[in-house]
Design a protein around this ligand. Structure first.
Ligand SMILES: [Zn+2]
Length: 609
């Protein structure tokens, strides 16, 4: 029998069979998710709340995966609740309290007066958005971030949960970092928070696994064309390096979910979880670069975690000043891991750092928005206008640079005996391994914050001025002074680059989009519009490094841009214009002294003296 919807009588049949046939463990909130008719993009959810009391409430989060209020409630349909009783099931009243919350009963319902009962909530929720920050159900696969699909009891987030998938299409398999439950296609977690930190991929994926530092790593791949050899080699190098750096795995098993191909560019990116990561990218190179960042998150942000992010408040914005460290310094280590493990050459690492500096220096907002303020303003990133260079800087970008500067300064202060690596290991020991959260970043009233304290402890001298100037403050960074520590220099190339005639941004669920078309540009004349989803350039995926690409393509050259607008793909062709702005390059000094050479080698190899 195939059912498109759950008619009321059918709900009661399910409730009764559930009540009589399944032995429900005490205080386990259980969910069933039906994947019936995946082409309709609707998850049908049955949530059983045991030992319910009067005025039991359920709620769907307002945000998850991105620091953006996305109000998943707008996707929720037809919420009902019933009480299963011997011989009959009875639907009972439900009140909506706010946009995210539904409350059972009014406290006077006769059904509840006989004592606490199980309550069975049913609803549907529509999702068909690609990428690691979203959920999707379509004929190709299902990807589920549980906080975007499953409601929780506000007072019961700490209780055991189980989730079972039913009506799974033939031939589809399930991959997740969750522990299996007793029933087929079921999984368990010790709390709602743990459940929602482990997404699930269901479909016809490929996979391989290997052991690194004594613990298994599982790699799940959904790609049309890919090279296992290339992906496996890079993932082994990255995980091997980072595990050695941080002293071994803090997990029993780790899972990578990769979605690779031009189709994965839309909604692309990576999302970290405690024991897994989901990554979508247009190319293996992009997927590998993202993997180096995401794997380091299993320490920095998942276990070395600011107290400002705990406990998670699913109902509204959760502010932290520490994203420059949690995200930016994670990017510092993503780039270090790629270079130190041999995936990147040192020239690629210099190139990446050069691009980061060029990006920051191209943003006038660096003069008045600190990297801590940028962290607080993460919640504004969903607005195109906020992401413009004269409005904001990126905590990823300046945070990554601040990480390198801190490393250089610590090596300078200690004669290359200590480094940022020691700070990360120290914070791992002091906070992560003791199950503590660190105090938020913020130079309030002379308080340097936990990150500053850890740096001071390792460096053996005060870094207050560094934090005051470049973390809390907006002083212009004296790059030459810092780079000279490692015998490096910054070269400025003011020759005009070519210009694409638009500025790209990222839209949640869509990936790179046109955020602004330059007025009077050839791109505008050719019909490019704000909001167009960027799919490819000159018959290939989008270049990861746009500035590097522009250096190789000159003004006047004809380009072919592939975009999607209103569900239709189009090609827009026009001539590149003339750009403006300086390009910065980090290069090695010709004659470094012995100390500079040792510090440079230390940075490149992850070593100290
Ligand atoms: Zn990240």
């Amino acid at each position: 029998m195939i059912l498109n919807r759950f008619p009321r009588t059918y709900i009661l049949c399910i409730l009764l069979s559930f009540f009589f046939c399944v032995r429900s463990a005490a205080a386990t909130v259980s969910y069933k998710i039906s994947l019936d008719h995946p082409e309709q993009h609707v998850f049908h959810v049955t949530m059983t709340v045991p030992n319910a009391t009067a005025n039991e409430a359920v709620r769907i989060p307002a945000w998850n995966a991105l620091y953006q209020i996305r109000d998943f409630a707008y996707r929720v349909r037809d919420v009902r609740v019933a009480v299963p009783l011997a011989g009959e099931g009875r639907e009972v009243p439900l009140h909506k309290l706010d946009k995210n919350t539904w409350e059972f009963g009014d406290g006077r319902d006769a059904v509840m007066s006989v004592g606490t009962r199980d309550l069975v909530f049913t609803y549907s929720i529509q999702w068909d958005e690609p990428g690691p920050f979203n959920s999707q159900l379509n004929p190709h696969h299902a990807f589920v971030n549980f906080a975007e699909v499953l409601m929780y009891g506000p007072a019961r987030r700490d209780e055991d949960v189980s989730v079972e998938f039913v009506d799974v299409p033939a031939g589809w398999r399930i991959a997740t970092a969750l522990a299996p439950g007793q029933a087929a296609n079921s999984f368990v977690a010790p709390s709602y928070d743990a459940l929602v930190d482990a997404p699930v991929e269901i479909g016809k994926f490929e996979e391989f696994s290997f052991t690194e530092a004594g613990a298994p790593i599982r790699v799940v791949v959904d790609a049309k064309e890919w090279s296992r050899t290339r992906l496996e080699d890079a993932v082994k190098r990255i995980t091997g390096y980072e595990l050695k750096l941080m002293g071994g795995p803090p997990y029993k098993e780790y899972t990578f979910f990769f979605r690779i191909g031009p189709y994965a560019e839309v909604g692309g990116g990576g999302m970290e979880h405690a024991n897994c990561t989901a990554i979508s990218s247009g190319s293996i190179e992009g997927a590998v670069a993202t993997a180096a960042h995401e794997f380091f998150h299993l320490w920095n942000v998942k276990r070395i975690r600011p107290e400002s992010l705990e406990p998670v408040d699913y109902t509204k914005e959760q502010y932290t000043r520490a994203l420059w460290f949690a995200e930016g310094v994670t990017s510092t280590y993503g780039a270090y891991a790629l270079e130190r493990s041999g995936v990147y050459t040192k020239e690629q690492w210099y190139g990446d750092l050069s691009e980061q500096i060029t990006e920051l220096q191209a943003r006038p907002a660096r003069r008045w928005q600190s990297v801590e303020e940028s962290s607080l303003d993460a919640w504004l990133e969903k607005y195109d206008d906020y992401r413009q260079p004269d409005r904001s800087i990126s905590y990823y970008n300046k945070g990554q640079i601040d990480g390198v500067l801190l490393d250089l300064a610590i090596r300078d202060a200690t004669g290359n005996h200590k480094s940022l690596d020691d700070v990360m290991r120290h914070m791992n020991e002091v906070y992560a391994l003791r199950g503590q959260f660190y105090g938020d970043s913020g130079h309030f009233h002379g308080d340097i914050g936990s990150i500053g304290v850890a740096v001071n402890d390792i460096a053996g001298r005060s870094f207050d001025e560094f934090f005051r100037r470049y973390v809390t403050g907006t002083d212009e960074i004296p790059y030459d002074k810092f780079l000279a520590i490692a015998g490096l220099e910054l070269k400025i190339d003011s020759s005009q680059l070519s210009d694409l005639g638009f500025r790209a941004g990222r839209a949640p669920g869509l990936g790179p989009v046109v955020a602004q078309v330059t007025i009077g540009s050839a791109a505008e004349a050719a019909g490019l519009r704000k909001g167009d989803v960027l799919l490819g350039l000159n018959g290939e995926g989008l270049p990861r490094n746009i500035r590097g690409w522009l250096r190789d393509h000159h003004a006047g050259e004809i380009v072919k841009l592939r975009v999607r607008r209103d569900g239709e793909e189009k090609e827009i062709s026009y001539a590149l214009g003339k750009g403006s702005g300086d390009h910065y390059s980090v290069v090695e000094s010709a004659n470094p002294n012995e100390r500079q050479r040792r510090i440079r080698e230390g940075i490149l190899h992850g070593t100290t003296d």
